[in-house]
Write a protein of this length. Structure first.
Lengths: 633, 207, 485
């Protein structure tokens, strides 16, 4: 399994490395950070001991690293409840790693540690400052070090792109010539920076700051924001990228207008106690104060910067819920009332829709549609289907048609529901009812695969055309026999009572904002029978085991529409905004009143025609006068 | 001998035709707002604006009309309740359903002081005093969904207001079809139309 | 009777209602009123077909001119006042020099082929006249005006030695075809300056005959002729080239047609006080064909096994050509300094032959995009002046490859004393760009200047740092009441 993970990591890396290099072409400016002696875990200089670096001790000389590590949801992954509720449909990571025993935690760190900053419950590791504060952190080397079990070398491995370290076998050595007499590396050699968008992009989503180089990227598990929503944070024009986007020539807009206008992730997602951006929350601030001027001193902030960053409200991965809604949102910088003169009923629009509903009119990239973990590919990963791309999303030649996000009502605490653009997806997985948890990935792989091909028991049950492998419909678990075959294999592998469960997951589309003149201006996009609400959104190409997901569970996004299974077996969603209390004029899926009224009018016309026709007929054909006057004449 | 009898004053005729034209514009723009795909005349945005403007004009016209009918006393003509009302109504209905084909005379000989037959009285009462107010009020509330969201929510929100407004519109449409047709049941098919334009009914008198 | 008035009344009422609707609609949906640039397009004069006026063949160019002058005598007088004929401008004061002088192509030094003086017959093949072979050319002889170079529409009119019509040109056909100047009339000279296509300007080359919309939006998308922007008054064609003019009178600019606040976005409009339109709307020059960016005369005269004329020519030296070049950005208030023949200079640093004037403190100066042509050229080590060699003709460098002789032959013509000791000085020439205007879909993005790796050198321009983070020159307190240097 480690080998497979390496292979997958290598694949993801080979796609993301050129990307990360491109993304780093323009990261945040260099800090003038003083030279800092590198210390090991015991506090001795690494140039003396040769031992690996301890970020807690080294950076802790000036910055309160205990405070930082304990005020960071990137470290803690939220509270116990929040950790337990995790389920990443793309990587299958979920549950509370803090509850694992030592061996389980070791395995978790090897498998998923590359996507965790270290420290907190992941006790053999330390919070790795370099991931965000270095200009070019070597995330792949770090992931390799973690995967091989050499946890203590992870921070050193992150420095692989500098001259400070050299790899030797599976461990790392210090390059003594790069350090001064105090055991501190030259600041220029180290290259500490303020966290740039590219640093965030390493784990969160595609960030390509070098807009001069045409780039291509495929959805990847290492960039979940892009994989799940298609959002790309880049200042470059879409038409100049290397993506095969349909209608590219007309798309002269930048991928994301905020990236183009020089904003960084930290412009909106800063530290909650950063004195430059701080304002006391409305809930505690007295009514007579617009803004609280008393705040942390800058030097205090540098010593104890909270790493609980400001964030919004997302339906997925709800960790760090107490920082939800603290981020800079549209209204904090933009005053919509001065720029929407053209919009009738603007207050009504602002009240019923999020800004993104019109300002992210479409997403010009592929995004996840369905994650099927009930069967695996021969690589041991899920069967993922994507929307917005015709063909294999890893192939640069596939046409990227993009998609229009569906509008679902999102209710933030203390606010009324607003329609927000979302990518609505489905996920299917095996659930062990006896243990009350998802069947672990290791069990799944043990049951379904034998090395890099399917287990013979599985082939026996599912390989209808006896081709020796499973493909196409054979993977869909369309018959009860197929489902039973897999169940048997799972039981053998250790899952006591496996059943298929299905869930809907909605991912908010907030990045990839278009410039103002590209926003939706045409009323008929929402007001009319051809409104975007009327389009059926495909949620899954087929239903494994026939299991249907029903709703979005307990998230701040709700469905406002109906789920329907097509004759072809696929699942689609049809919007009905009236279910959310929204009634856009001109769009009414059920026109009972109109049908009745039309019939009434038609009947009236018929009555008039018959009555008048009779009168005309009579006056022409008989002596009966058509009017009293004629009668008198 | 022909005699021209003044039936409709200038106030009434202006009021009538303004009402007619605004209602027709409202119906057309209304259908464009309600079902944008079915009609493409002004475009959704302009249809909304036109609908609002003409609705305001309709309201103004209706209020002026109300004022006129009340102060001139002509309101009495619209009020049913004279003796034998029901019988007269049935007679009128019989006329329309049979007598008219046989060339019988109108049961009601209309005079300027008593212009409306019972069926007309009932219809206009419903139209002007029930349907029109409902239409206007729901229309104002739909327009005001922006300004008075709390009030709108109290009456059930757009989910109630829009279907009611739409149903009333269809009823208005049916009324107009019938109304235009029924004006042809006068002394001559065009007599009533001419009267509503010139104000005068031309009649033969016995003299 | 009453029905008529009635109807009229109703029509009025209806008209009022419709007008109200229209007003309400356009009130709420209109934006700031922006004037339409097309309103400023010149209306061409009506075309007069000249084919019936000429019947006999013409012996030479001047013979055609004589025929033209039968009707257009006044225009001849006008032409003789212009720079196209005189190859100098009106007398102006050149900063750093006393009094006023007339300067122009006739007497200025550049760092391409250096100077027209003593080399006329080759250079004057692009003179709007016939027979300028040497310094004795009579600028008052109106029969020597070349009408055809600008007005020929037959497409086969070519000039050669000393500006005379080339052999084999059918002058009668050319005369019959005359009309409003088209792109070829201008381009045949202006695209080939410096000795070949695309050499000199960087933003003027043969791709401008039929550019695509992406190369130049006016020529490629809107079907402009050169003369649509370069309008003329009495044959004085408006437009200024910083290579031969130091002032900004009789120039043309974007705002002749476009609003200064031409953008919907207020932030972009705020840039127009500091940036020339061209800075954002010409993202690159030499978009399709490479232009010369470096010319080392010092390497001339060697027999090298290089056949690529874009790399080396024995008569001229070594070159560098580039395409899709990022411009350099400098302050420019419309006036320039000019090195004049005979000026002394300090050879220890590159000599700027025509430096744009203006700086961050000058409120009339804006940041412009420039092509900068660098190179080295002969100079007198003792007298510290740039030398003019005779290159063309008998005894010239291009036949004899003898610098000494070239300088001595030129000396009596140019008046430049030659001490006998010659070196090569580094020089620079600045060419402000105004052509190859990209469509707005290709204009620069914020990150092109303000992002990491942006193309502006803020410190060099005089800013403390990126104005996007520190504020513009007004905010940074840099715009002083007094003018620039």
């Amino acid at each position: 399994m480690n080998f497979k993970w390496t292979l997958l990591a290598a694949l993801a890396v080979s796609v993301s490395t050129p990307l990360s290099l491109a993304s780093f072409a323009a990261s945040a400016g260099e800090l003038e950070h003083p030279a800092v002696p590198f210390l090991d875990a015991s506090g001795a200089k690494v140039t003396d001991s040769g031992a690996p670096l301890s970020t807690m001790k080294t950076c802790g000389a000036c910055h309160d690293t205990d405070y930082i590590a304990s005020h960071s949801y990137h470290v803690s992954l939220g509270s116990d409840a929040e950790r337990s509720a995790r389920f990443d449909a793309v990587t299958y990571d979920g549950g509370d790693p803090a509850k694992l025993d030592a061996a389980g935690l070791d395995a978790w760190i090897r498998e998923f540690g590359g996507r965790h900053v270290g420290g907190g419950f992941a006790t053999p590791t330390e919070m790795n400052c370099f991931l965000c504060h270095l200009a070019k952190p070597a995330v792949d080397e770090r992931a390799e070090a973690l995967q091989s079990g050499a946890f203590e070398f992870a921070p050193m491995a992150t420095l692989a792109a500098t001259d400070l370290v050299a790899k030797s076998g599976t461990s790392w050595q210090w390059n003594a010539s790069a350090f001064d007499a105090d055991g501190a590396p030259e600041p220029e050699a180290l290259g500490l920076t303020a966290p740039g968008s590219a640093n965030c992009g390493l784990c969160h989503g595609a960030v390509v700051m070098d807009h001069k180089q045409p780039f291509f990227l495929a959805p990847s598990a290492s960039q979940p924001e892009t994989a799940t929503t298609g959002a790309i944070f880049s200042p470059g024009r879409i038409r100049r990228s290397g993506m095969n986007v349909a209608g590219k020539d007309a798309l002269s807009r930048p991928w994301d207008v905020h990236a183009e206008r020089l904003l960084e992730c930290t412009s909106c997602h800063g530290s909650t106690n950063n004195p430059a951006m701080y304002n006391e929350a409305t809930s505690t601030r007295p009514g007579h104060l617009k803004s609280e001027a008393r705040r942390l001193d800058i030097s205090e902030f540098l010593r104890t910067p909270s790493h609980d960053f400001e964030k919004g409200h997302v339906a997925q991965a709800q960790i760090g819920a107490d920082t939800a809604g603290t981020m800079r949102s549209c209204e904090d910088c933009h005053d919509a009332t001065t720029t929407h003169d053209f919009l009738p009923y603007s207050a009504r629009h602002f009240e019923s829709m999020q800004c993104e509903a019109c300002h992210i009119p479409s997403v010009n990239a592929a995004a996840l549609e369905s994650a099927n973990w009930t069967m695996l590919g021969t690589d041991g990963e899920a069967l993922l289907s994507y929307r917005g791309v015709a063909g294999d999303p890893n192939d640069p030649r596939s046409l990227v048609t993009g998609y229009t996000p569906v509008l679902l009502p999102r209710t933030d605490p203390g606010k009324s529901a607003k329609l927000a653009p979302q990518n609505l997806t489905s996920v299917f997985y095996w659930f062990d009812e006896a243990r009350g948890e998802r069947v672990p990935l290791a069990t799944l792989r043990a049951a379904l695969l034998d090395g890099d091909h399917y287990a013979s028991a599985i082939l026996a049950g599912l390989d209808a055309n006896k081709s020796g492998t499973l493909e196409g419909e054979e993977l869909q678990l369309a018959s009860t026999d197929a489902v039973d075959a897999v169940k048997k294999a799972l039981v053998v592998a250790g899952a006591a009572q496996p059943v298929i469960k299905a869930e809907l997951k909605s991912y908010g589309v907030h990045h990839g904002v278009a410039p103002g003149n590209w926003a939706v201006r045409d009323c008929s996009v929402c007001h009319g029978e051809e409104a975007r609400f009327s389009a059926a959104v495909s949620l899954a190409p087929y239903l494994p085991g026939g299991v249907r997901p029903t709703d979005l569970g307990e998230t701040n996004v709700a469905l406002a529409g109906t789920l329907e299974v097509l004759p072809s077996g696929g699942l689609v969603y049809r919007s009905d905004p009236s279910q959310a209390g929204m009634n856009p004029l001109g769009f009414e899926p059920d026109r009972l009143v109109d049908r009745v009224g039309l019939w009434l009018a038609v009947l009236t016309i018929c009555g008039v025609l018959i009555h008048g026709g009779t009168r005309i007929f009579l006056s022409l054909n008989t002596q009966v006068p058509s009017s009293p006057k004629e009668a008198q004449a | 001998m022909k005699k021209a009898v003044k039936f409709y004053s200038l106030h009434e005729r202006i009021w009538h035709w303004v009402q007619a034209l605004t209602v027709i514009v409202l119906l057309v723009t209304g259908i464009e707002v309600h079902a944008p795909g079915s009609v493409h005349i002004l475009g959704f945005e302009l249809a909304v604006v036109a609908h609002n403007v003409f609705a305001g004009l309709l309201l103004l016209n209706a209020l002026m009309g109300l004022f006129y009918f009340l102060t001139s006393g002509k309101m009495k003509q619209y009020v049913p309740g004279e003796s034998g009302f029901f019988i007269k109504a049935v007679r009128q209905a019989q006329y329309y359903m049979g007598g008219i084909f046989r060339g019988e005379p109108h049961p009601l000989d209309a005079t300027p002081e008593a212009r409306l037959n019972p069926l007309q009285k009932i219809t206009y009462l419903m139209i002007l005093n029930v349907l029109l107010p409902v239409q206007v009020v729901t229309g104002i509330l739909i327009w005001g969904a922006e300004r008075w969201p709390a009030l709108i929510a109290k009456v059930g929100g757009l989910a109630i207001l829009v279907p009611v407004h739409a149903m009333a519109s269809w009823l208005f449409l049916s009324f107009i079809i019938m109304h235009i047709y029924l004006t042809t049941t006068g002394h001559t098919p065009l007599a009533n139309l001419k009267a509503m334009v010139s104000g005068y009914h031309e009649e033969e008198t016995e003299v | 009777m009453k029905a008529k008035h009635y109807l009229l009344l109703l029509l009025i009422v209806f008209g009022v209602m419709t007008a109200t609707t229209a007003m309400v609609r356009y009130q709420s949906l209109g934006g700031p009123a922006r004037s339409d640039a097309w309103d400023h397009m010149p209306t061409p004069a009506a075309h007069v077909n000249h084919s019936k006026f000429f019947t006999d063949a013409f012996a030479d160019g001047p013979a055609v001119t004589v025929a033209c002058l039968e009707c257009h005598d006044e225009e001849a007088g006008d032409v003789m006042h212009t720079q196209h004929w005189q190859w100098t401008g009106e007398a102006v004061n050149i900063p750093g020099h006393e009094g006023t002088q007339k300067i122009g192509k006739k007497n200025l030094i550049n760092n391409f082929c250096i100077s027209v003086e003593s080399n006329w017959p080759k250079c004057t093949s692009c003179h709007a006249g016939y027979g300028w072979e040497d310094g004795s050319f009579d600028f008052n002889d109106s029969t020597r005006i070349d009408c055809l170079v600008c007005h020929d529409q037959s497409g086969q009119y070519i000039k050669g030695y000393a500006g005379n019509a080339a052999d084999g040109v059918d002058l009668l056909a050319a005369a019959k075809s005359v009309g409003r100047p088209n792109r070829t009339n201008c381009g045949i000279c202006h695209f080939n300056g410096g000795g070949g296509d695309a050499v000199k300007h960087g933003d003027l080359d043969q791709t401008m005959y039929f550019p695509t919309k992406d190369i130049d939006v006016h020529m490629g998308n809107d079907d402009f002729a050169c003369v649509d922007c370069h309008t003329s008054q009495d044959h004085e064609i408006l437009g200024r080239s910083m290579s031969v003019s130091v002032d900004d009178t009789a120039g043309i600019g974007c705002t002749d047609c476009h609003d200064q606040a031409a953008h919907e976005n207020d932030r972009l409009n705020a840039h127009t006080a500091t940036l020339a339109c061209q800075a954002c709307h010409i993202p690159e020059f030499a978009v399709r064909e490479a232009t010369k960016v470096d010319w080392r005369w010092s390497e001339a005269g060697q027999d090298l096994p290089i056949t690529d004329k874009h790399v080396y020519m024995k008569i001229k030296g070594r070159f560098k050509y580039e395409r899709e070049v990022t411009p350099e950005y400098h302050w420019y208030n419309g006036t320039a300094n000019r090195y004049l023949k005979g000026d002394t200079f300090d050879a220890s640093k590159p000599l700027k032959l025509n430096e744009p004037r203006g700086d961050i403190h000058d409120p009339t100066a804006k940041i412009w995009p420039f092509k900068v042509h660098r190179g080295n050229q002969p100079y007198d080590v003792v007298n510290k002046t740039i030398l003019v060699p005779k290159t063309v003709g008998k005894g010239g460098y291009w036949t004899e490859f003898d610098w000494d002789e070239a300088m001595r032959l030129a000396e009596p013509i140019t008046g430049l004393k030659f001490s006998g000791k010659m070196g090569f000085a580094d020089t620079e020439m600045y060419w402000p760009l105004s052509h190859m205007i990209a469509p707005k879909e290709r204009a620069l993005l914020c990150v092109d200047c303000h992002g990491e790796g942006g193309r502006m050198d803020w410190k060099e321009l005089g800013y403390d740092g990126d104005p996007a983070r520190r504020g513009g020159r007004k905010v940074q307190g840099l715009e002083a009441a007094q003018g620039g240097k």
